[in-house]
Design a protein around this ligand. Structure first.
Ligand code: FEO
Ligand code: CA
Ligand code: CA
Ligand code: CA
Length: 613
């Protein structure tokens, strides 16, 4: 791998070698260093208690950085360049690693309340000194905020107030406590943050209805047991039958205003939203793309009724409240489509074809037979089934390039493709038992984000080309790329290169999860270069690429997963030498953290010693 990408991007780096999944460190390229900006438990407010894992309470956790940070943005204040806000969501909790086992058994209600308060969002101000790249978080910053599973949200859009959203605690169907399982997200052109409520099924004990089943909610006690601590998590409890319908939405928060009420947008439909990303179309409409991350699920887009107004934040924050909802249907154009280890390509040399956005709601009317608008939006998976949308291999981030407008779709994997009774390989999902995933590139007709037709092609079929010949990199020599598996979150640098973080590589190609840069244009199109690896057990989340500023940020989620409180599998990022050596605010064990990787002008090799704050 060469020193610099051939087509721009201000981060020159030599690709790192893939890292063994047992390495408990951040690994970054030569000439870079890293530090953690904020860790699970770090206090956010002036008088917030210092983290002490042995004495944690729900009340303390509500004032501290949450667990398992996933979506991330660092929104720099334009006037200064030295202040800003860090926004992260907290997808889920790993109780085994958070709590001492005996204490957990004896204090389940409090442990569950701690876990509820470790979900949601953190907004925290960051600052840095002149001529210093390193951001640190500001305890007590004016915009600091925690949103948890108990924070009030407003529901808006066509399904707000519908009977399907009413409960004994909210007879209006418009006010919901909390957000759950917030996975990826997107920062809007008007500066708010969107986040997807993804695997919400794990929080609810169901009643066994068909709708619950379609959303993965089982009619049995949950592993978390929240239904025993707070009745609303048991759909079998009278008055709370609809509580699960109040989750599975795209939420919008305003990180500049800690007093604002966050919103759940029903107009974007309800499913296992990985995230949502907005592009402003030529005619000014806001177009939001979103994937439903489960095997054989769909890709959606929303087109706003109203149009974007520059510098009118208040108006723009209503754009996702009303509009049309579509789901994608793909068609291939080659009879031979499967990539099977022989390296054979389709007869026309490409995995490609055409597609249509099928309307589910248009002009305020349901386009789905037998379902009204509220039903389409609350049971969007069922609506998409009815119109014959295309089943994809776990659509994770779906993100338009701010440079080209082309849409990129991370299809993380699908071990069930081709299994008995399941759909087999297709040109758009060309591998049976798709272990490593692929990335699709989609171009709207006329490059118009509101178009109802598109063309598509596969950018890459992931894997380790050295041991797996069913890989494809748009013609770039497979032997020269970094191995890549389970593409999950996407980001772009200022030159339009695609950055891909991974979730699951340790279990497939045996290397730690990673962040890769992929060149999209020119002679190096398809070239994958690994930028970093996260510590053992972690997945790489929320990449933010400030290439002009020589920095990359990632959320290190669930480091040490598989270990326990008593026997941690990772000590990242505190690296305390022994349980008895814990200093104030530290933890002997892993802490999900936000990490900044930056160009180091002192020439240190950045091999992961710089965890000081
Ligand atoms: Fe939470 Fe689809 O990853
Ligand atoms: Ca994800
Ligand atoms: Ca083809
Ligand atoms: Ca992204």
């Amino acid at each position: 791998a060469g020193k610099h990408g051939s087509n721009g991007g201000k981060l020159g780096f030599q690709a790192i070698a893939p890292v063994s999944r047992s390495v408990d460190s951040m690994t970054v390229p030569e000439g870079y260093d890293w530090h953690s900006i904020i860790r699970w438990g770090d206090p956010l407010f002036k008088r917030s208690p210092e983290f002490d894992a042995q004495k944690q309470t729900a009340r303390k956790q509500a004032e501290q950085f949450g667990y398992n940070c996933d979506y991330l943005d660092i929104i720099v204040d334009k006037y200064s360049g030295r202040t800003g806000v860090l926004v992260a969501n907290h997808e889920y909790t790993n109780e085994d690693m958070m709590f001492q086992a005996d204490w957990f058994e004896a204090n389940k209600d409090e442990a569950r309340r701690i876990a509820m308060n470790a979900h949601g969002f953190s907004v925290v101000e960051v600052s840095r000194k002149k001529n210093n790249k390193k951001w640190t978080y500001v305890q007590g910053g004016e915009r600091n905020r925690r949103i948890t599973a108990q924070t009030e949200f407003t529901v808006d859009g066509p399904a707000a107030g519908s009977d399907l959203l009413k409960t004994a605690a909210d007879r209006t169907g418009t006010k919901v406590l909390g957000t759950l399982n917030n996975c990826a997200g997107g920062t809007t052109p008007w500066g708010t943050v969107l986040s997807g409520e993804e695997n919400i099924d794990q929080y609810f004990r169901g009643r066994g209805t068909a709708e619950e089943a379609r959303y993965g909610i089982a009619a049995k006690a949950t592993e978390r047991g929240w239904e025993d601590t707070d009745p609303r998590f048991g759909l079998h409890h009278e008055g709370f039958e609809n509580e699960a319908n109040r989750f599975g939405w795209v939420v919008e928060i305003d990180p500049q205003n800690p007093k604002s009420t966050p919103v759940k947008h029903t107009a974007l439909g309800r499913f296992k939203h990985e995230g949502a990303n907005v592009r402003i179309a030529k005619n000014g409409k806001a177009v939001a793309y979103s994937g439903d991350d489960s095997r054989f699920e769909y890709i959606y887009k929303f087109v706003s009724s109203a149009t974007y107004r520059k510098n009118d934040r208040r108006h723009n924050m209503t754009l996702l409240s009303d509009g049309d909802l579509y789901v994608a249907k793909f068609a291939g154009n080659s009879p031979i489509a499967q990539i099977d280890g022989s390296g054979a390509l389709p007869s026309d040399g490409a995995f490609d074809g055409t597609g249509t956005w099928l309307p589910l709601v248009r002009g305020g009317k349901s386009m789905v037979e037998g379902m009204n608008v509220a039903e389409v939006l609350v049971y969007t998976r069922l609506a998409a089934d009815k119109v014959g949308a295309t089943k994809m291999d776990r659509p994770e981030d779906v993100e338009p390039s701010p440079v080209s407008g082309k849409l990129y779709v991370a299809l993380t994997n699908n071990s069930d493709r081709g299994k008995a009774g399941k759909e087999g390989a297709t040109e758009q999902n060309p591998r049976v038992a798709n272990r490593d995933g692929h990335v699709l590139e989609l171009t709207e007709a006329g490059n118009d984000a509101t178009a109802t037709k598109f063309t598509w092609n596969i950018l890459l079929v992931a894997g380790d080309p050295k041991v797996n010949s069913s890989t494809y990199f748009s013609g770039y020599p497979a032997q020269k790329v970094s191995p890549i598996s389970c593409p999950d979150n996407l980001a772009f640098d200022s030159a339009g290169n695609l950055w891909i973080s991974t979730d699951g590589a340790p279990g497939t190609i045996g290397y730690s999860d990673a962040l890769h840069k992929v060149t999209l244009t020119g002679k190096d199109r398809g070239r994958v270069e690994q930028f970093l690896a996260v510590p053992t057990g972690a997945e790489t989340c929320g990449p933010v690429i400030h290439d002009k500023d020589g920095s990359v940020f990632v959320a290190v989620q669930h480091p040490g997963e598989g270990g326990s409180f008593a026997q941690p599998a990772s000590l990242f990022p505190d690296f305390v030498a022994a349980p008895g050596k814990v200093k104030k605010g530290q933890f002997y064990g892993p802490r999900p953290s936000v990490v900044q990787v930056f160009k180091d002008h002192k020439g240190n090799n950045g091999n992961g010693h710089g965890h000081g704050r």
